[in-house]
Design a binder for this molecule. Sequence first.
Ligand code: CP
Length: 308
Amino acid sequence: MLHRKDLLGLYDLTAEEIQSILTTAAQMKDKLRSGEKNLSFLKGKTATTLFYENSTRTRVSFELAVKYLGATCINIAAGTSSVKKGETLVDTGETLDAMKNDFIIMRHPMAGAPHFLSKHVTASVINGGDGRNEHPTQALLDMCTMAEKFGKIEGLKVAILGDISNSRVAKSNLFGLRKLGAEVRMYAPQTLIPKGIEKLGAKLCKSREEAVEGADVVMGLRIQLERQQAGSFPSLDEYAHFYGVNRKIFSLAKPNALIMHPGPVNRGVELTGSLIDDQSSVILDQVLSGVAVRMAILYLITQYRNRV
Ligand code: CP
């Protein structure tokens, strides 16, 4: 059960709420696998995706989730909307409210933008990624795949390697995984580790080997060239050589360990191409979990709104 109108971040959610989303998502995933895509849980509702940054997985899977649940989906790309004419975020949100829209699913380069908008609109706001802050639905879909493969999250050792400093995925995974009792190890060049991440529960490692040794999950994070100041590391080739995950490093993980990546992947940088395509890789299962988790969130928020 969810106890809120908006889904803004995993920092705010209780362990029970996270577990409830994962349980519902597992049911939705079963439905998707059996071809049930004409559900009516959200019949009569309308959702709008409002993306101020590029996206393939998040935007498309939200649109499919809305449609599979029987609702109507409208897509606004900020680049072709009245935002280009100077309209503010709040004015855009109030305009959608006036049209009786029920959900705003948004991605924004500014940390906190969905939190801000949620205070000014009647619609439920779902965070599809806000700057370097959080990407809660990505972490939930990652946990959905882990829970399905291992039966539970508690006790898992999850190694996260890559651009942690710029990564909202890393932070949401850290909050969610720790709340459900997993160990979260992190490794990256010093320039890509945010200050204070240990205080949030991460175990910082001194080498790739230390991070991956005995891990259940090895997650590569995209090097975010668009958010980097020049000079965080010398070159992509050097990053791949000294910090990327290859088969030799991955062999230190548990024999049944999973390779994960939120995508999009820089092939041969965070992970070697052969690992991305390896049978241990669940990157495409993460994509399916993405539709299921987003269906679960839309469904649980609608249930909450029907209760209050
Ligand atoms: N993982 C993720 O957020 O991918 P997109 O940028 O394609 O949505």
